[in-house]
Ligand binder design. Structure first.
Ligand code: NAD
Length: 312
């Protein structure tokens, strides 16, 4: 069994690191947020206070960080991953970042004789809990082969996508399609409500018909239909508006850079921008369903409960 350093123990990192512990690995975790660290500790992760401590003697280093700037800081800082990783350690970033940041990680690792694989994930928090995530791997063939073994306890599917940055490219396209799909499910769910359909009955129909999708099955934005959906929890985030906006924005940027026309993705991005402007960036991305409801209210969402939570 190996020793794995795990940096970023949030919504995804906590369950992922717990599966590595369950597989028999020693997992040393780091997170700036004490609550996140404590939650991971309760699942068997040994919390340490610095990246250097986490990396000492580690066979693999896994990062699960919010945004590109966090990834660049955690890898590139004087007390960061590149400064402390042993040449024998395999470095894997599971965060969703832009292609340039991922290539930067590869280039900086290469310059230091280190092995880096971009290893973004799909499947949401439910997939992380169920160790059924899809991993999209990009890097040198030998490193990717090693990465397969490391991610196995967290994965349902592991797909080698190609060379440096290919995993991230696949992830950005996947997520762009997801947020367009969330808009379709949002509009459909609200139209079904207004047409008087029982939400469960409509969901049962769509689930086995041509409107079926991962967003429908996993994130249906009406309470009482899909057990783990944010609609059952006042739209508290399982995948936050902020992260969705980041992913959608990175995909739109990739469209600009490649000349691909992405009108639907731009519309999805504008709705996410609007939620952020309203101060709702920390809520779940399926709150975009509000834009489809006739009066802007949404069954399952009570803003007063957010205010109450903020004042506890
Ligand atoms: P999160 O915000 O819940 O977790 C990120 C964690 O990183 C936080 O606990 C934060 O405190 C920690 N962190 C930030 N900077 C740090 C630093 N310098 N050192 C140590 N810890 C630091 O985010 P998440 O939902 O777990 O997502 C993580 C990544 O996975 C993101 O890039 C996201 O886009 C991607 N992702 C998320 C989902 C999802 O459903 N939540 C699905 C697929 C991919």
């Amino acid at each position: 069994m190996s020793t794995i350093a795990f940096i970023g123990l949030g919504h995804m990192g906590a369950p992922m690191s717990a599966h590595l512990v369950a597989a028999g690995h020693t997992v040393r975790g780091v997170d700036l947020d004490a609550t996140a660290a404590a939650a991971a500790a309760s699942r068997g992760v040994r919390i340490v206070s610095s990246i250097a401590e986490a990396l000492a003697g580690a066979d693999a280093v896994i990062t699960s960080l919010p945004k590109p700037e966090h990834v660049r800081a955690v890898y590139g800082a004087p007390d960061g991953v590149f400064a402390h990783a042993a040449a024998s350690a395999l470095l894997l970033d599971t965060s969703t970042v832009d292609v340039e940041t991922s290539r930067w990680c590869h280039d900086e690792a290469d310059a230091r004789g280190l092995s880096f694989v971009d290893a973004p994930i799909s499947g949401g928090t439910a997939g992380a809990e169920a160790h059924s995530l899809t991993f999209m791997l990009g890097g040198r063939a030998g490193d990717v082969a090693r990465a397969r073994d490391v991610v196995a306890p967290m994965a349902g599917n592991v797909i080698a996508c190609g060379g440096a940055g290919a995993g991230i490219a696949a992830k950005l396209v996947n997520n762009m399609m997801l947020f367009i799909s969330v808009m379709a499910v949002s509009e459909g769910s609200q139209l079904a409500e207004q047409l008087g359909l029982d939400p469960q009955v409509f969901w049962d129909v769509a689930r086995v018909s041509s409107a079926d999708s991962w967003a429908l099955r996993t994130w249906y934005p009406v309470p009482g239909v899909v057990e783990k959906a944010a609609a059952n929890n006042n739209f508290d985030a399982s995948f936050s508006v902020d992260l969705a906006r980041k992913d959608c924005g990175l995909a739109v940027r990739a469209g600009d850079e490649t000349g691909v026309h992405l009108p639907a993705a731009r519309l999805a991005l504008s709705q996410l921008d609007e939620l952020v402007a309203e101060g709702l960036g920390a809520k779940d991305c399926t709150l975009v369903a509000r834009f489809a409801s006739p009066d802007g209210t949404l069954r399952g969402y009570d803003p007063a409960r957010d205010d109450a939570a903020a004042h506890v």
